[in-house]
Design a protein around this ligand. Structure first.
Ligand code: GDP
Ligand code: MG
Length: 612
């Protein structure tokens, strides 16, 4: 690099790259899209070769299929001092990261990772392998080598493999923060390259796409002018333009040509080439020039993205502040005060648990309310009762012959046997048992949900405390539900005793009788089937009484056991945790993500100030 570039690098590039690195190391990638360079190209277009030439380490390449199953992220860091080369590899499931001591091992390590993640299958994997290398001889760049775009599936691959790869590539290149490197070999018709098409779809104006022409040594004789034209942006116009590079061919790899030799050979090639020497003279050729260009482009890109990045971070920051506020000023470091802080937190929670059951005002999470979800459940239960009664009656009317055969004994028409009535009524009530248990489950879930939300609000920022409260709620909730279920089951056993006060029965029987008489269908049936008429009259009468009883009884059990008792047990259990003095520190352990977010804010503000 010449001096002006060096200066520019130190003043502008370093802080940008440091910024992105700090953000990455803080794990911001999940929250914010960070600038990156993605390398895309059709299969065997030379992607890996370019990456290899840029990084100076041999990467798995060759038969195309096997190496291109997953993406490789190549993080390169330029060491200022003349330090030793060092590398490490990370991927999902690998515990931490594995150090690579020798450059020569990189290829094997990557292959191991690929085999581990994808096995012998030929399918494309979404996993990402990250290779980090630091050396004085690499540019400060992070590149992602994406699987090559395959046009046809080979044996053993799914037919839609092409689509899968494209989807994976799209995921990276649609992000506005990504610079797209499109690798196109000189010896194919550029108009037909799928990679360029994909880039144009997501970046129609060519603002963040850079073309790389490879394999200039394989160019078809006579088409050199065309290639020069493309390289000079004459074919498709890309704002970032094209670069042309020459990497090692298969034979040269077999012949063990080193990357250093390849670099010298590349320069010779362009310098002396009858057509391409002009590109060389205009700094459009060779890998080192490409590295320079990429670094500058990345810095440019980061600079341009900074306002947006900052805006996103500010939004996150605002969200974080809301969270921070919720968790208050945080505990002090003094042990005595910490104890008081914990007591206050727990007591406030207990207070709010009480308020939930009574509907009083709360200290935190003030919009929470159990009454309304419960009311919804209980209304539904009442509707269930009505519709079950109706359905049962309709069934009797529809299947009157069956009923008559089944239940009528020796009596003449018009008589009804009390046992028959009892049997049918029991049958009808039995059918309410499962819906009642369902009501319990749903109501119980709603109550637990509200309690969990309350815990979430009350203990925001203290993951251990929150976890304990949540596990109490879950566990006690389950216990209470078991008890309540037993109570409900007993209620239904009791309902098998068909009973009500005479007065109550008479009170309902009379209007039921009048109603039945008005019913046209009923009058009609009276002529033929007095048994069913009488039966229905009594059944509907009793069902009304029993269902009124159950309409109240089930909700009362639920309210008592799932709300009152759960609340009071929860309060006891939460008070108990205050007894465990040695637990205070662990309970007050603060949420790392909050601290992390604060740190991110600091880093970004700091760096963006330096850039201004
Ligand atoms: P990828 O599938 O896009 O990653 O492509 P690779 O980097 O694996 O390259 C495919 C083949 O093209 C390999 O055999 C490389 O040696 C060869 N290759 C790459 N670049 C050049 C080049 O500039 N000239 C020649 N002759 N061959 C090259
Ligand atoms: Mg490759």
């Amino acid at each position: 690099m010449n001096n002006t570039l060096n200066e520019h690098f130190d003043r502008k590039v370093r802080p940008c790259i440091d910024l992105i690195d700090s953000l990455r190391s803080l794990g911001v990638e999940q929250d914010l899209a960070l600038p990156a360079i993605a390398v895309i190209g059709d299969q065997s277009s030379g992607k890996s070769s370019v990456l290899e030439a840029l990084s100076g380490v041999a990467l798995p390449r060759g038969n195309g299929l096997h190496c291109d199953k997953m993406s490789l992220e190549l993080k390169m860091k330029k060491k200022k001092d003349r330090g030793k080369w060092c590398g490490k590899i990370t991927y999902k499931d690998l515990d931490g990261e594995e150090e690579i001591k020798d450059q020569a091992d990189v290829e094997t390590k990557i292959r191991e990772a690929q085999n581990y993640l994808a096995g012998d299958g030929l399918d494309i994997s979404e996993d990402l392998i990250t290779l980090e290398i630091a050396s004085p001889n690499v540019p400060d760049l992070t590149l992602i080598d994406l699987p090559g775009i395959a046009r046809v599936a080979v044996e053993g691959q799914r037919q839609d493999i092409g689509e899968t790869i494209k989807r994976l590539i799209s995921k990276y290149i649609t992000k506005q923060e990504t610079i797209i490197l499109v690798v196109v070999p000189c010896n194919v018709d550029i108009a037909t390259t799928e990679a360029l098409k994909m880039a144009q779809e997501v970046d129609p104006k060519g603002e963040r796409t850079l073309g790389i022409l490879t394999k200039p040594d394989l160019v078809d004789k006579g088409t050199e002018e065309t290639v020069v034209n493309i390289a000079r942006n004459g074919f498709t116009h890309l704002k970032k333009g094209f670069m042309i590079v020459r990497c090692r061919g298969q034979q040269e790899i077999i012949d063990n040509m080193s990357l250093l030799q390849a670099k010298e050979r590349e320069e010779d090639f362009f310098r002396t080439h009858q057509f391409f020497h002009t590109l060389f003279e205009d700094d459009l050729a060779t890998v080192p020039k490409l590295a320079e260009k990429l670094t500058l482009e990345l810095v440019h890109h980061i600079e341009n993205s900074l306002p947006r990045l900052q805006k996103m971070i500010e939004e996150k920051l605002a969200q974080t502040h809301v969270e921070l506020e919720r968790y208050g000023t945080g505990p002090s470091t003094d042990p005595e005060e910490r104890n008081v802080f914990l007591i206050e937190k727990v007591v406030a929670f207990i207070h709010d648990v009480q308020s939930l059951t009574t509907g009083d005002e709360m200290k935190s999470g003030d919009k929470l309310n159990v009454c309304s979800p419960l009311r919804t459940e209980f209304e539904k239960w009442e509707t269930d009762l009505d519709s079950s009664g109706k359905k049962f009656n309709e069934k009797i009317q529809r299947e009157k012959e069956i009923y008559e055969n089944m239940y009528r004994g020796k009596e003449l028409p018009g008589f009804i046997d009390y046992k028959t009535f009892e049997a049918i009524v029991k049958d009808q009530i039995k059918q309410l048992e499962e819906p009642a248990i369902n009501t319990l489950r749903n109501a119980g879930d709603s109550i637990k949900k509200v309690f969990l939300q309350l815990a979430q609000c009350s203990f925001a920022g203290f993951p251990n405390l929150l976890r304990i409260a949540k596990s109490h709620i879950e566990l006690l909730g389950q216990n209470m539900e078991t008890i309540a279920e037993a109570m409900l089951r007993t209620q239904f056993k009791m309902e098998m005793v068909v009973f009500t006060q005479d007065k109550t029965y008479r009170k309902i029987l009379k209007p039921e009788y009048d109603r039945h008489i008005e019913n046209k269908w009923f009058r009609n049936i009276m002529d033929h089937n007095t048994f069913i008429r009488e039966l229905l009259l009594h059944i509907t009468t009793y069902y009304q009484i029993a269902s009124q009883r159950l309409a109240d009884q089930i909700p009362i059990v639920i309210r008592y056991q799932m709300l009152q008792e759960l609340a009071s047990e929860l309060q006891k259990h939460m008070l108990q945790i205050l007894q465990e003095k040695d637990q205070i520190e662990s309970l007050l352990k603060e949420d790392q993500t909050l601290a992390r977010k604060e740190l991110i804010c600091k880093v970004v503000t700091n760096v963006s100030q330096r850039l201004e």
